[in-house]
Design a binder for this molecule. Structure first.
Ligand code: SF4
Length: 423
């Protein structure tokens, strides 16, 4: 349940726009707030949802949270300027501390509304054409890949082995939560053939996909830690590459912090061009508390060093550090003061950006099944100042955003801001 007086305690969407007075797109601010607060469909708007036309995922593609909501919930929205909003189905009434926005049907169009105020028209992401198809092995292609309006996603490994030790996963995380403690997973040649055929089928939808995205939970096994994870990605990238017919293709791999040897192998053996590995929170002490598994096996300083090594391998603008924006305010050990949090986090961001790394900022939401499900996320104004600060850190250090902008990913407020930059 939301706190009844939360609106009195923080600036509203309109007040935040006024405060920043043209420094940030109103679409980006609305995207942040809708993500932060969540949204629901009104009864009339829900009648518009059509799983044959809209992108409703039949399964937990990333092993994420499935709610008890029995009605289909599309996985994303797009606003009229192309800004996308990624959805977590039905979360708003369960864990958020603020009232969700409401999608209303007005004159046969969908709009984001709040307390009767109408903000922006939205459309629901379209169902990918390949979703209805089946591979020659008889596998439904929706089991092999998912998609956003601008990219294909494949998740070859659906477990994160930091969870093998209870409590060792990241405290904000609900990804792969349905699979946290499963036994090992087997990907055979049939799977890689399915990947090739699914990517080939997806690419028949002309003009839709600008990038290929791949991610999984962390796999710790191998001669060197993460060797088995690297091997799985190489096989999957090679399988996708067979359908793409190019030595290199726009890729974003979100993965563990690989050693330089592992990164060079990936560069040399696959078509991969972009790499993201997530420090999650830009503070060493909080990293130790929030990401105990990453701390135990790699550590904050080494994770950072591996990001810098990745710039040597893939180049400036091709390496991003994922962060869960706002999680630095989690209690009891996070910053209680938003100004202090911003000062510390942006100082560290600037230091990291000096090395050619930029940021993939996700808005922290308190997902069910995560350890932080009962936490309170920061104010809208905090998220806006953080997005502006991260974008400025990138600009100040002369880094272009090549792998995670609105056209190739669409999830991150700070990289959405890169769309109007001149170089
Ligand atoms: S590394 Fe952390 S954030 Fe990533 S899947 Fe594992 S627990 Fe979740």
């Amino acid at each position: 349940m939301s706190e009844s007086n939360w609106r009195d305690q923080e600036l509203s969407y309109e007040q935040v726009l006024d405060k920043h007075n043209g420094d940030i797109s109103k679409f980006t601010v609305l995207k942040i707030d809708v993500t932060r607060r969540g949204y629901v469909y009104s009864e009339e708007a829900a009648k518009v949802i059509d799983p044959n036309k809209h992108h409703v995922e039949p399964n937990d593609f990333l092993g994420s949270t499935k709610t008890t909501n029995s009605s289909p919930f599309p996985i994303g929205l797009v606003m009229r300027d192309g800004t996308t909003i990624c959805s977590e189905p039905g979360l708003s009434t369960i864990v958020r501390q603020r009232d969700p926005y409401v999608i209303e049907l007005i004159d046969n169009k969908l709009y984001i509304t709040d307390q009767g105020r109408v903000y922006e028209e939205v459309e629901i992401w379209e169902r990918p054409d390949f979703y209805d198809k089946v591979t020659s092995n008889g596998t439904p292609m929706w089991q092999i890949a998912s998609a956003r309006p601008q990219r294909i996603t494949i998740a070859p490994g659906t477990k994160c082995h930091f969870w093998d030790k209870p409590g060792n996963g990241c405290k904000f995380c609900a990804l792969f939560s349905g699979h946290r403690c499963d036994e090992g997973e087997f990907r055979d040649e049939k799977y890689f053939q399915d990947v090739t055929e699914t990517v080939a089928e997806a690419l028949k939808q002309k003009g839709r996909y600008a990038s290929f995205h791949m991610t999984s939970g962390s796999t710790l096994s191998g001669r060197e830690i993460f060797d088995d994870e690297v091997e799985l990605y190489i096989k999957t990238l090679k399988a996708a590459g067979k359908a793409i017919h190019s030595d290199k293709f726009p890729t974003k791999l979100v993965a563990s912090a690989f050693s330089k040897r592992q990164l060079e192998r990936m560069r040399d053996e696959t078509g991969m061009t972009g790499y993201v590995t997530d420090l999650e929170v830009l503070n060493k002490d909080l990293f130790g508390w929030i990401c105990p598994g990453k701390t135990e096996f790699i550590g904050y300083d080494e994770w950072k060093k591996r990001l810098y090594d990745a710039v040597d391998v893939f180049g400036r603008g091709q390496v991003n550090c994922g962060i869960v924006a706002g999680v630095e305010t989690a209690q009891p050990y996070g910053f209680a003061d938003e100004d202090k949090a911003l000062e510390i986090v942006l100082k560290e961001a600037n230091e990291i950006a000096k090395h050619g790394v930029t940021f993939s900022e996700c808005v922290w939401t308190t997902l069910p099944k995560s350890y932080f499900s009962k936490q309170k996320t920061p104010s809208l104004d905090y998220y806006v100042r953080l997005a502006l600060g991260l974008a400025e850190a990138r600009r100040r250090n002369g880094i272009q955003e090549n792998i995670d902008d609105y056209r190739r990913c669409g999830n991150h407020p700070n990289t959405d801001l890169a769309r109007i930059e001149k170089w």
